[in-house]
Design a binder for this molecule. Structure first.
Ligand SMILES: [Zn+2]
Length: 501
């Protein structure tokens, strides 16, 4: 949510944070919060219908990392606060403030993911999981990197959008295994549907059962704490446990040793990292936190459940498999859906063959009709222009990269062939491309300028051959304007040096 508000500010061209707050929240006192932003009721009103406050809380904040582990009354109270805006209350109630787990010191990012974001969308955004304590790398690209934006934010009212000036695209170090274990579970928590929380009683019963099932009992009623501790130490590297303040105590009493306490009667909540540490140690790598939460929820409880709003499901004569297929077809053609979930397709083919073939056929026809409908080129032209402008702003801050030719722009938009064939129908887009595409000369000059800036760190007056080598240019291939530019650079550099002496 934080990222979205920040990007809205960029798109609307607000330069002052207060302006943005005024426009979005109608209040200048809102504090920009990364993990658990509030005033979501107000935000929801500005967005399309499907973005209910509940949807924003669960799909666009870090609330789902905490929600399943606090008692139900507290979960509901926190949802209220997040909608309205009680600064700080939610952090207190969820134990974020007092927690032994400290939020990452800086806003973090994954250069690999951001490169993909740029190619797909032409802009960056902050991903929720990068800001989660315990997640230290991206399983796909490697270690996350720190921006220089400190947490908590120093400028409390400013929403900062992910952009090249904050996210240096450097080579990433290899990721760490413990981090990947955590990411697997965190991702499940982040997409888990809204559910009532379990009670302390249910958690107590669940952990008693877990110890018993895994053989961590001494005699009949004694949990074998020291063997549990050994398992944790065997699986999790000691430096990692220490860094996250999760190292079990050597001779701890029950109250101060969290690992003992979690197998006793629960009197307070434990956080997601503590649950993950225990399960990974006891169950190995194939457990799922999603399933654990369902198991806990099914344990008997005497506590009265608070009144929870029940979401009424649309009555349906379809099986869950069929419903799942409908859901797939909303976002992708049948062929692709089949590739995404071959098992589902196979089951449907076995059990509902006629239905499946019929629905796929109808879907294909519907898509053909949609495509055949005349494209509104005027609208397309305006939209493309808008996208191109954003792209240009983005590229302006980033001086590296290949020549910004017409093809390059269109390729970044992801619609090269369609647009190229139809440029004659899109006057605004065409003239933007004419005005903004980089000629070969301009491209060579940009490379020389970059080389000059690069070398400026080491040389007062970088020699010509170094400039050429750094810019990967040779004199024979240079255009006349670029050659002229190079001569000027070298001359100015000498001039500067002479004056310096
Ligand atoms: Zn990544």
């Amino acid at each position: 949510m934080y990222s979205t508000v920040a990007r809205a500010g960029v798109r609307q061209g607000h330069t002052s944070p207060k302006q943005l707050l005024d426009e979005i929240f109608e209040s200048r006192s809102v504090i920009a919060t990364i993990d658990l932003p509030n005033h979501l009721g107000m935000l929801s009103r500005r967005l399309p219908e499907e973005y209910t406050p509940e949807n924003l809380i669960y799909s666009h904040t870090l609330f789902p990392l905490y929600a399943p582990f606090v008692p139900e009354t507290r979960r509901l109270q926190c949802m209220q606060w997040l909608q309205q805006g009680a600064q700080g209350a939610v952090h207190l109630a969820l134990g974020v403030v007092a927690s032994r787990i400290k939020s990452p010191r800086f806003v973090r990012y994954c250069p690999g993911c951001q490169t993909a974001q740029r190619e797909l969308y032409g802009e960056y955004f902050w991903l929720r999981e990068w800001q989660v304590a315990g997640v230290e790398s991206c399983p796909k690209h490697g270690a996350l990197m720190d921006t220089r934006i400190a947490r908590p934010l120093i400028e409390r009212h400013r929403f900062i959008a992910a952009a090249p000036e904050y996210c240096y695209l450097a080579e990433q170090q290899k990721g760490m295994r413990p981090s990947d274990w955590i990411t697997v579970q965190v991702r499940q928590l982040l997409v888990r549907p809204v559910k009532a929380s379990s009670s302390f009683e249910q958690w107590t019963e669940y952990y008693r059962n877990l110890a018993c099932r895994q053989g961590f009992y001494r005699g009949k009623a004694q949990v074998d704490h020291s063997s549990i501790k050994d398992s944790v130490l065997k699986v999790w590297p000691a430096p990692w446990l220490t860094r996250n303040s999760l190292m079990p105590l050597r001779h701890g009493d029950d109250e101060s040793d969290w690992l003992k306490a979690i197998f006793r009667k629960h009197r307070k909540s434990f956080n997601y990292l503590q649950h993950i540490v225990v399960h990974q140690a006891l169950l190995g790598s194939h457990w799922r936190i999603d399933k654990v939460l369902n198991d806990v929820n099914r344990k008997p409880t005497n506590e009265k459940r608070p009144q929870v709003k029940v979401v009424i499901q649309r009555p349906s004569s379809h099986t869950p498999d069929q419903e799942a297929w409908f859901a797939f077809l909303k976002s992708q053609p049948p062929k692709q859906a089949r590739r995404t979930s071959p098992a589902l397709y196979a089951r449907l083919y076995r059990n509902h063959r006629d239905w499946l073939l019929d629905i796929n056929h109808r879907h294909a026809q519907k898509m053909a009709n949609v495509n055949a409908a005349r494209i509104d080129w005027d609208k397309r032209d305006r939209e493309t222009l808008q996208a191109l402008r954003q792209l240009a702003t983005f590229l302006k801050v980033n001086q590296q990269g290949p020549r910004r030719s017409r093809t390059y722009y269109l390729k970044l938009l992801g619609t090269l062939s369609t647009l190229e064939k139809n440029l004659y129908q899109m006057p605004r887009t065409s003239s933007f491309l004419v005005a903004n595409s980089e000629s070969v000369s301009q491209y060579q000059i940009r490379r020389l300028q970059n080389a000059y800036d690069d070398l400026g760190v080491h040389f007062d007056s970088p020699p010509k051959w170094r400039l050429l080598r750094n810019a990967r240019l040779c004199e024979e291939r240079m255009t006349e304007p670029a050659r002229q530019y190079l001569e000027n650079l070298v001359e100015t550099a000498h001039e500067v040096q002479r004056c310096g002496r």
